[in-house]
Write a protein that binds this ligand. Sequence first.
Ligand code: GDP
Ligand code: IMO
Ligand code: MG
Length: 423
Amino acid sequence: MAVDLLLGLQWGDEGKGKIVDVLTKNYNIIARFQGGPNAGHTLEFDGIKHVLRTIPSGIFHKESINVIGNGVVIDPVVFVSELEGLNKFDIDYKKKLIISRKAHLILPTHRLLDAASEASKGKAKIGSTLKGIGPTYMDKTGRNGLRVGDLELEDFKERYRALADKHEEMISFYKVDIQYDLEELEAEFFAAVKALKELTFIDSEEFLNKSLKENKTILAEGAQGSLLDIDFGTYPFVTSSNTTAAGACTGLGVAPNKIGEVFGIFKAYTTRVGSGPFPTELFDEVGEKMAKIGNEFGAVTGRPRRCGWLDLIALKYAVQVNGVTQLMMMKSDVLSGFETLKVCTAYKYKGETIDHLPYNIEEENVTPIYTELKGWNADLTKMTSADQLPKELTDYIEFLEKELEVPIKIVSVGPDRTQTIHR
Ligand code: GDP
Ligand code: IMO
Ligand code: MG
């Protein structure tokens, strides 16, 4: 048995939550391997829309076990509010949801540090979700962090205090005006910790490897997207974890030879939220139309997402770095009604035409070169099989498959679970 992976190939928000939910019926276990509450994974079914932040997107299926792996960073406060959101769904999360002892904890002061760091950067800010992700991963790699397993120790409060005091000194180092009431934040944090401790903490690498031996099926759920990867993304405008396939090995403790299918998910166009380069970004009414029809507002922060044409150079890079074996194209319905569609198939880079992602893709260095394809004008949202899709969309899909050399196995035509076409 192998672990299949599902990863975002762009700058996040590709629709990972929806597809994990669709695929969960094929798996015994769904496991998140990195990121934290900077993620917002949206699921829609039975007329209900639900946004998950830390909890794996398999949680709504009766039979599934959902694991939060060691690579994830958990904010108890956000996590407990997520649990509260599940209450109306009759989900036995004390049984279905298990957490790695090795996952790191986001402290209130991590969030404050995130805010202070961003404020100090001025115009050069990352556009972080300000959930404390960067500072928490810094403490992890700096070997100062607190982990879920530490909550079981008697001296947790003293450890907490020592780290939070250090953070307060660091906040003052930034010399920015951050207003906060730490006592209030800490009261909220410790109340949430109490609730978190009612869940089961495990050595998740043991659990997952044992499950594999027992022939259980596992789907690993990524957060963010490949272009936000700490190593391979558009650094420094990235998140602080490895969002690419290798991150699933380190974030769950499964060996590379245990990875099976790698599902790569992308939007039929491109979006980005936060700062950083985006070669195919549109600043005109075409981009505005995509944002409007696609309802492109962040699931976590509500910020408008920047929109642009599909960038095949960036997508090929992501397919390569992840070893993608199957592709899933999302939000195809949003492109209905555009007369012509453009796909970036090369870059003009320092006077030359190139077909790979260079070190530096800032606007002043890179100009996208587009291939134009004919658009379609049809309501896709009620279509249920590939043979109903308009010819121009099938041509678009086949063009991408040829360029990317990987089959597109799912075409999504709306946010609902049922609006999913298998090819
Ligand atoms: P994730 O972070 O990758 O899980 O994606 P998000 O949930 O942040 O953003 C994807 C958004 O697109 C959500 O609002 C989904 O409900 C929505 N969505 C997903 N698939 C489709 C689709 O095929 N068509 C349309 N119109 N919306 C979709
Ligand atoms: P999902 O899992 C889209 C972006 C932020 C910012 C940068 C760093 O829903 O696809 P951070 O909070 O990690 O310090 O932010 O990364 N970002 C995301 N963009 N989807 C996400 O997650 C994101 N998580 C972080 O906007 O540009
Ligand atoms: Mg999202």
